[in-house]
Design a protein around this ligand. Sequence first.
Ligand code: PMV
Length: 302
Amino acid sequence: MAVGIGYGKSILFGEHFVVYGIPAIGIGLMKKAEVEVIKSPNMSIESKDIRDKNVFLQAFEEIKKGMGVKDNFRVKINAGIPLSAGMGSSAAICVGFARALANEYKTRFKSEQIAAFAYQGEKVFHGNPSGIDNTLAAFGGTILFQKRPFWLGGDIIRHLKVKKPFWIVIGNTGKRMGSTKELVAGVKSLKQKNEEIFAYLFVLERKLIERAIKALERGDLEELGQLMNMNHGLLSALGVSTLDNAKIVYMARKAGALGAKLTGAGGGGCCIALAKDEKHAKAVADAIKREGFDAFCSKVGE
Ligand code: PMV
């Protein structure tokens, strides 16, 4: 028997754009998925959180293949993260499973390797994901991620310096207008009809990310928040913000959040807001809850 964990994640900047090779900034959350593996004659899943066990079983087979594991396991999953909400639950579970297998066979892998094993599982869920979710789920912390082809040296993964820890609030719409795969496909078809406009959007997103890295390094939360607001505008331009996303974003801003945007694939799912401090984060979460949505706070940068 062995256990492994994977971090929940939130994307601070660059979701969707990351699919097209633009860097993105993500954070590991305090919420984690915990996966336990117990050798057994067949593969099976025990979890109160997961409805579609078959897709997870398929993903686990891919991860086992990548790691060269032939044994079967009873897999106990405590998701610890809301599912299908843009918080990387599938990636966290895939990372947890890969780590549990590594622990079972007492093999040490670097986080990059665990992320790569988990990516094989993520493909079962999302088709051709950028790789940001499994990377964040394996590393935690604040990470710059850029998808890059193997022949150019592979993905860029860099821990970012965060001068001052900060508090964020995640608000969950509790709804999702399609899977990540469908939302990514929707953006692709919009892009195909508007290549010239998308070229400008990509330049703007790159600029936002450059400024955000510097704001994190300086501990300039005011600027970080403004950049988040602008990023939300760009995501609206991609067509992935729903009325519920907008409600949470505007409730958070009304409660004094320094910035707020949707996070992850959108179409509902979750939003992220930047608070001034811990007490303010609780007030922002309460404001979101008063609108009938779930919300929780998390500290970033430690
Ligand atoms: O599946 P989510 O909601 O965590 O979003 C993943 C981030 C996207 O940029 C939309 C897709 C990707 O593969 O990077």
